[in-house]
Write a protein that binds this ligand. Sequence first.
Ligand SMILES: Cc1cc2nc3c(=O)[nH]c(=O)nc-3n(C[C@H](O)[C@H](O)[C@H](O)COP(=O)(O)OP(=O)(O)OC[C@H]3O[C@@H](n4cnc5c(N)ncnc54)[C@H](O)[C@@H]3O)c2cc1C
Length: 179
Amino acid sequence: MLHCPFCHGWEVRDQRIAIIANDERAVHQAMLFRQLSDQITVFLNETFEPADDHMKQLAALNATIVKPRIKRLVVERTQVQAVETGDGRVFDVDAVVVAPHFNARTELYEALGGTEEVVLFGKQIPTDARGMTKVPGVWAAGNANQPMTMVSAAAAAGVGVGTAVHGDLLVADLNQGLA
Ligand SMILES: Cc1cc2nc3c(=O)[nH]c(=O)nc-3n(C[C@H](O)[C@H](O)[C@H](O)COP(=O)(O)OP(=O)(O)OC[C@H]3O[C@@H](n4cnc5c(N)ncnc54)[C@H](O)[C@@H]3O)c2cc1C
């Protein structure tokens, strides 16, 4: 069960990939995974009806579209084998892709008076480019303010925010000294 072509795509290149839809983000996933395989099937699973533009895009990708609701995934040990739909059809697949919502843990930020921000792919703590939030003295980095960010970018953001926090504190100290 995959969600990210950059994290796990190479391992499923040229395989039969099933995109299980929650909503129109399935079209985005189909575009991404189509770069890795020409055997893409989008299971709409009765979750949404693609707009005409989306239907044209899926057709241009040569993606197969399956409309009925999914009954179950056929799994052997840890390996998915097939998708079975409610109308009794069984589609052999090698991998399954979903488009999850990446919801940052914003409770602490909200307890400090902040407000979460809802974006297409989930929710996050809104910050400026340096990681500073609207709550004085509160900063966020990594998946907290960018839920789509990956390991190396999250770590780099942590370094950047660390230096920004340091700068903020030293200016506060300096101002106290000047006063
Ligand atoms: C299934 C999956 C596969 C992935 N595969 C890859 C991959 O192959 N390559 C890649 O680069 N990226 C991958 N990622 C993305 C990667 O995991 C993240 O980009 C990265 O972990 C973000 O680091 P972070 O430190 O910002 O957040 P996290 O790693 O989520 O760390 C945040 C930590 O804070 C803790 N926490 C939250 N709230 C509180 C609180 N109130 N009090 C105390 N602790 C708290 C959490 O429990 C967690 O341990 C994957 C993500 C997922 C979900």
